[in-house]
Design a protein around this ligand. Structure first.
Ligand code: FAD
Ligand code: NAP
Length: 333
């Protein structure tokens, strides 16, 4: 049976670097550990990977299950694609590096996103015009309440913008143990329409070029969580009805709006925060990043509550100016 630790220190395990502890803590590093887990109740469990999308505002009273199953394997192939599986505890960027090294396409734009493979389907990680849902073949889970193993096809996962059923009804119940990806063999259709990526790429770019360009952009724009605690974008970009977006465009011609599914449009949350006077502000030991205000930062020794209070302040300012309530992307506990 995996050992249960008491009053486990969470500070090194969350990228905000917040001081907190877990009443009980279990690390699952093998599928063999699963049947050995004690009977667990959903409201007292928190599943964790790399802690890069979590804010602790207090100690966690309950049990934290950390996914650490490793291993990347090639499972099969056809003319156009290769099926690759990865354990839920594999570091996400290790998988991207594995794919790019073998010239397999489909996840290169998701380079250097922190966290684990098991968390990638949870909020359908996305960046630079790519979302992980477009490569996921199936997801293997362990139901912490019934002890059953369940496989979800891509369709079963209910993916949408920064969402899946693992973030909804099955949150903290289904432990994602392994994910299968269908990655593309060359020739590749690269996704380079986002921002200025295309301008930065050489002629006839490879997927390695795309990975390198995106890595460079991210390193120059985003704070390194090992230096300045953060959890990436604190809020989701709001998706509104097209009519609302058009009205906002009349009032604020500079507002960045991107068409989504029929009748909907996505607005840049960073722009809304900036225009509400919240870029680069500090409240106590918490702040909004001066280059990317969607990222809330720990200026050193901040408590989770301090970060959360700043988040609420930003929400209030944006709501007052634009009538839009920003929704947190980060999981707050
Ligand atoms: P955790 O933070 O540990 O958990 C996140 C959520 O997933 C929690 O609800 C948790 O319960 C659940 N979970 C974790 N593992 C499992 C599992 N095995 N089974 C079931 N549920 C699980 N996100 C993006 O989408 N795009 C980006 O470009 C991006 N950039 C970022 C940049 C920085 C600097 C940082 C700090 C974060 C960024 N993020 C981004 C957010 C974050 O990296 C992702 O959400 C990532 O997938 C979280 O992985 P994790 O293992 O750290 O998950
Ligand atoms: P950016 O390029 O300054 O753009 C600001 C916002 O506008 C982004 O959030 C993006 O939405 C949207 N956008 C810009 N160009 C777009 C296009 N061509 N098509 C559709 N939407 C467009 O953003 P950034 O902060 O530097 O981040 C770059 C990318 O990395 C984004 O995709 C972002 O999601 C991702 N990222 C995510 C996190 C996180 O924690 N979730 C953290 C850092 C970076 P989208 O967010 O929907 O792409």
């Amino acid at each position: 049976m995996p050992s249960i630790k008491n009053q486990h220190d969470l500070q090194p395990l969350n990228t905000f670097g917040i001081k907190a502890s877990a009443q009980y803590f279990i690390e699952v590093s093998s599928e063999k550990d699963l049947p050995e887990l004690p009977e667990l109740k959903q409201d007292k469990i928190l599943i964790m990977g790399g802690g890069s999308n979590i804010l602790f505002t207090k100690d966690f009273e309950g049990i934290i299950v950390q996914m650490k199953i490793s291993g990347i394997n090639i499972e099969g192939e056809d003319e156009q694609s290769v099926i690759v599986s990865a354990g839920g505890g594999v570091e996400w960027d290790e998988l991207v590096a594995f794919a790019v090294l073998r010239n397999l396409g489909g996840i290169e734009n998701l380079s250097i996103i922190p966290g684990s493979v098991g968390a990638a389907p949870v909020q359908n990680i996305g960046a630079y015009g790519m979302e992980v849902k477009d490569t996921i073949e199936k997801v293997e889970c362990y139901d912490l309440m019934t002890g059953m193993t369940i496989t979800f096809s891509n369709r079963d996962c209910g993916f949408s913008y920064r969402y899946s059923v693992f973030k909804g009804e099955f949150k903290n119940r289904l432990l994602i143990t392994k994910v299968y990806f269908r990655l593309k063999k060359p020739p590749h259709t690269l996704v380079t329409t986002y921002g200025n990526i295309a301008e930065l790429l050489p002629e006839n770019p490879s997927i390695t070029d795309v990975r390198n360009i995106i890595t460079g952009i991210r390193q120059s724009k985003l704070p390194d969580h090992k230096v300045t605690g953060n959890a990436g974008s604190f809020f989701k970009n709001p998706v509104v009805h097209e009519q609302t977006a058009l009205k906002l465009k009349e009032l604020y011609p500079g507002i960045p709006i991107f068409p989504e599914a029929t009748g909907l449009a996505k607005i840049s949350a960073a722009w809304l925060i900036d225009q509400s006077g919240c870029k680069g502000i500090t409240r106590g030991r918490a702040g909004t990043h001066p280059k990317q205000p969607l990222v809330l930062i720990n200026l050193g020794g901040a408590s989770g509550s301090e970060i959360f209070e700043l988040a609420q302040y930003v929400q209030g300012e944006v709501y007052e100016k634009f009538g839009i309530m920003l929704e947190p992307e980060v999981n707050v506990y």
